[in-house]
Design a binder for this molecule. Structure first.
Ligand SMILES: [Zn+2]
Length: 152
């Protein structure tokens, strides 16, 4: 399955926001700057979708690292936990936030279905916003579920 072309109708404002905040310069910044830039993205994206901005926590606990990221909807606003400053993981977990808030505008059969949706949304968004960044990450083997030929 090619997740990078699953979503063709992502808001242009979301694509523009993602393009603006996650240029290649992002990866040269300090951890503190990366964190604040990711929070800026969450703030603007939450406003675009009409949801409360989720918290962002960076944690190197074992289960977080194994999953590549987690989303908790237990508290009323949601928390995104990432093992590192991965843009694609941020987008993925934000999609779970939209799902939890009913802003994915569809119903889900099960957790597997939610995963497919989150992978498709995040990877389609990054492809639309920063295709060369996605290509580079795929070439380096950083992105699960995407093969180089998916981006040809
Ligand atoms: Zn997920």
């Amino acid at each position: 399955m090619n997740y990078t072309n699953k979503f063709k109708n992502i808001k242009l404002s979301t694509i523009g926001l993602t393009h603006a905040l996650f240029s290649p310069e992002f990866f040269k910044k300090s951890d503190a700057d990366k964190q604040s830039q990711m929070k800026d993205w969450l703030s603007a994206a939450s406003a675009l979708y009409g949801v409360v901005q989720p918290d962002l926590v960076i944690s190197n606990e074992e289960d977080v690292c194994e999953d590549g990221g987690q989303y908790y909807a237990e508290n009323w606003h949601g928390t995104i936990v990432l093992p590192k400053y991965s843009v694609v993981s941020l987008l993925h977990e934000f999609r779970h936030h939209l799902q939890a808030d009913g802003k994915a505008h569809r119903s889900f059969r099960d957790s597997e279905d939610r995963e497919h949706d989150a992978r498709g949304w995040s990877l389609s968004l990054l492809r639309a916003a920063r295709p060369s960044m996605l290509k580079q990450s795929v070439r380096k083997g950083y992105i699960m579920f995407v093969e180089p030929e998916h981006l040809a």
